[in-house]
Every structure is written in structure tokens, then in C-alpha cells.
Design a protein around this ligand. Structure first.
Ligand SMILES: [Zn+2]
Length: 186
């Protein structure tokens, strides 16, 4: 039975932290199909997740996350297909237009593949797996992503936006590749 984009997205997002999603995802990747019972079960999981996300949204603190959200939007408007930002072990990506949260920014721990939460311009929706230290760091980055990208670049010698090694002296000095920086509106 064919699988809806919402279910495919749920499997991909939940697989790292939810064994049931991981097993469905593995099967789907192998065979390209799921049974009607599996799809129904996945849809129940999505409903539950949405309900619990709504509860968290109502309790999430207000904060100005627009610098992070807006630089991704800028990159998208400049034609970047899959803009990304890497800061230390964190990876930020943008939700697709067809997703449940178009324009939102997802945060992951890239070393463990764990989903940590999502940003809109006004709120950070923390995932269960995100600990207090990670939350504090993520909020700092969201308020000033350029600063974070530069720190990452200087520390690792890699561009925070495209992961390439910074090679020319000016980029090394700046801590970020000029073409990438421009794309993000910096
Ligand atoms: Zn770059």
C-alpha cells in the first residue's frame, strides 16, 4: 500500500529515537511499501505526537528566534535547496514546504542523530531528548547564528554552512566562506 508523505516524514524524523518507527522505516526503505495495518499504526503515532506537540507548544517559553529562522529563509530565497548550519555537535535544517511545519528550523545532535527540537520565529519547541545544557546552547545559537557559525569555523577550520574546509586566508580569518555567508544574508 502506498505511503503518504506525512508518514514517510514521520518515520524519518522518529526513527533515531523510536524503535517502532525505525523498523517501519527500514522496511519501507527495503521494499518501498507498508501494510495497511502498519500505516494505520503509524498514523495513530502521528496523531499522538501532534497532540503532545500541541501541549508543549502551549507551554513553550517565548523568545526571539527570528535570527535563526530568518537566515534560513534568506538562504532558501537565494535558491539554496537544503540549507544547513552546523555548530559543534548541532545540526540545523529547514522544514520543507510540504512538511507540517513549513519554514521551521529543526535542531539535531548530529553525532547521535537525536532530534532536539524545532524553532519558529517566536518559540523553541524542545524535544524530550533535549537536555537543559543543550537547550541553553541552542537558544544562544538561535539568537546569534552568525556568531555561532564564525566560532565554529574558527574552531574547526570548516565552513559551518557547507562543511568544506576553509582554504583561502580571508575565509580562515573570517571563520566562514564568503559565498555561503552571503547566501545566509550575512
Ligand atoms: Zn561554505
Amino acid at each position: 500500500m502506498s505511503v503518504s508523505p506525512a508518514v514517510v516524514q514521520w518515520m524519518a524524523e522518529s526513527a533515531p529515537t523510536f524503535e517502532f518507527a525505525a523498523s517501519l522505516h527500514a522496511q519501507y526503505n527495503r521494499k518501498g511499501v507498508l501494510s495497511p495495518a502498519q500505516i494505520a499504526a503509524a498514523e495513530r503515532c502521528i496523531e499522538k505526537r501532534n497532540a503532545s506537540m500541541q501541549t508543549r507548544e502551549q507551554t513553550a517559553p517565548d523568545a526571539d528566534m527570528s535570527p535563526l529562522v530568518d537566515c534560513f529563509k534568506h538562504a532558501k530565497d537565494q535558491g539554496a535547496k537544503r540549507p544547513g548550519l552546523i555548530v559543534g555537535s548541532f545540526k540545523f535544517t529547514m522544514a520543507g514546504d510540504e512538511s507540517a511545519n513549513p519554514g521551521a528550523i529543526y535542531a539535531k545532535d548530529r553525532t547521535q542523530g537525536v532530534y532536539l527540537g524545532k524553532f519558529t520565529r517566536a518559540k523553541f519547541f524542545k524535544a524530550r531528548e533535549c537536555n537543559t545544557d543543550q537547550e541553553a546552547l541552542l537558544l544562544e545559537i538561535a539568537k546569534d547564528p552568525l556568531r555561532a557559525a564564525i566560532d565554529h569555523g574558527r574552531m574547526t577550520g570548516e565552513c559551518a554552512l557547507c562543511s568544506r574546509t576553509l582554504s583561502d586566508p580571508e575565509s580562515i580569518e573570517r571563520g566562514i566562506g564568503p559565498v555561503c555567508a552571503k547566501k545566509f544574508g550575512w
